[in-house]
Ligand binder design. Structure first.
Ligand code: SF4
Length: 276
C-alpha cells in the first residue's frame, strides 16, 4: 500500500517510545498516519470499557484539582472501577493535602525545541510542594508494573527532562534544578504503592543527550525496520499490515509485559467535557 508521508513537527513520549520499540510502528503511526487496522488486545470490549473509564477518571481528578468538591465528583464515579479508584484517590496517604497546595498545574502542557522538532508533553499534574516540583501521573493499570520497566520508559525520562528545560515559568522564571524534580506514578488500583523517580543533574544530561540523538536519528531516517522482537507485534495494531499475525494478544499477558501502555495513555483532547 502506498501512503503519503506527513511532515512531522513535534515529538512526544508516545512517538519516541514507538520509535524505540519499532521504527516501522513509528513510521506507520506518525509518518503514514495509518489508522488502526486491528485491535491491540483481547477481549476487546472489556478493554475498551476499561480504557474509557481510565480516561474518565483522569477527567474527574482534573476537575477536583481545579476546585470541584469531592462530594460532587463522587456522583460521577458511577461504575465499580470509578468508585474504587475515586475512593483510593481520596484515601491515599501519598496524595493527602494535594488539592490544597497553591502551586498546582493539572493537565499542564510543556514544550521545548529539540533539533528540528518541538518536544511536547502533557502532564496529568505538576505540583509545587516543599521547594520541589512533583510530576504526578495517574495510571489505571490492572497490574502494578516493575519500577525498572517504568524507569526505562520514555515518559519517565522525557517528563522530567522537559520540566527542567521548559518549566521556568512555573518557578519565577528560573529553571528547576534536576534535583528539585520528582516523578510519581500513582496507580489507582495500588494506591499505596506509587513509583517514585527523583532526578539528578547526571540523569538529566544523559536523558537530554539521548533525546537530541533520537531526534537527529528520526530526522535523518530513511529506513524503518520491523522490530526483531516479535513479542511486541502481538499487541500492535499494525500486525496484519506487517504480516506478523492476525489474532490480538491477551490483555493479561500484555499488562504482564506492559506492552499495552499506549492503550491507557490519555489524550485529553479526545475526552469530552463532563457537565458538573
Ligand atoms: S506489527 Fe510488529 S513490526 Fe509491525 S509495526 Fe507493529 S511492532 Fe512493528
Amino acid at each position: 500500500m502506498k501512503t503519503q508521508a506527513f511532515q512531522l513537527t513535534t515529538l512526544s513520549q508516545s512517538s519516541l517510545q514507538d520509535y524505540m520499540d519499532c521504527a516501522q510502528r513509528f513510521k506507520l503511526r506518525y509518518l503514514d498516519r495509518l489508522s488502526y487496522p486491528a485491535v491491540e488486545t483481547e477481549p476487546t470490549l472489556e478493554n475498551e470499557k476499561h480504557q474509557q473509564e481510565g480516561e474518565y477518571f483522569h477527567r474527574l481528578v482534573q476537575q477536583h484539582l481545579i476546585g470541584i468538591p469531592a462530594e460532587q465528583i463522587a456522583r460521577f464515579a458511577n461504575t465499580p472501577n470509578l468508585q474504587r479508584w475515586w475512593e483510593n484517590f481520596q484515601n491515599s496517604a501519598d496524595l493527602t493535602g494535594l488539592k490544597d497546595l497553591t502551586g498546582l498545574y493539572p493537565e499542564a502542557t510543556l514544550s521545548a525545541p529539540l533539533g528540528r522538532y518541538r518536544l511536547l508533553a502533557k502532564y496529568d499534574l505538576i505540583a509545587l510542594r516543599d521547594g520541589k516540583a512533583v510530576i504526578y501521573d495517574w495510571k489505571t493499570y490492572r497490574k502494578r508494573p516493575r519500577n525498572e520497566w517504568l524507569a526505562a520508559r520514555m515518559q519517565t525520562r522525557i517528563y522530567r527532562a522537559l520540566l527542567v528545560n521548559a518549566g521556568a515559568h512555573l518557578n519565577d522564571g528560573r529553571p528547576f534544578e534536576p534535583e528539585q524534580i520528582e516523578m510519581i506514578y500513582w496507580f489507582a488500583d495500588f494506591p499505596e504503592e506509587p513509583a517514585r523517580f527523583p532526578y539528578t543533574a547526571a540523569q538529566f544530561t544523559r536523558d537530554w543527550d539521548l533525546l537530541v540523538k533520537l531526534s537527529e536519528e528520526v530526522a535523518s531516517a530513511s529506513t524503518y525496520p520491523l522490530t526483531d522482537d516479535r513479542q511486541k507485534c502481538a499487541f500492535c495494531t499494525y500486525r496484519s499490515y506487517c504480516e506478523r499475525g492476525v489474532r490480538a494478544g491477551d490483555i493479561d499477558q500484555a499488562e504482564a509485559e506492559m506492552e499495552a501502555d499506549e492503550l491507557f495513555n490519555v489524550d485529553f483532547e479526545q475526552i469530552g467535557e463532563i457537565a458538573f
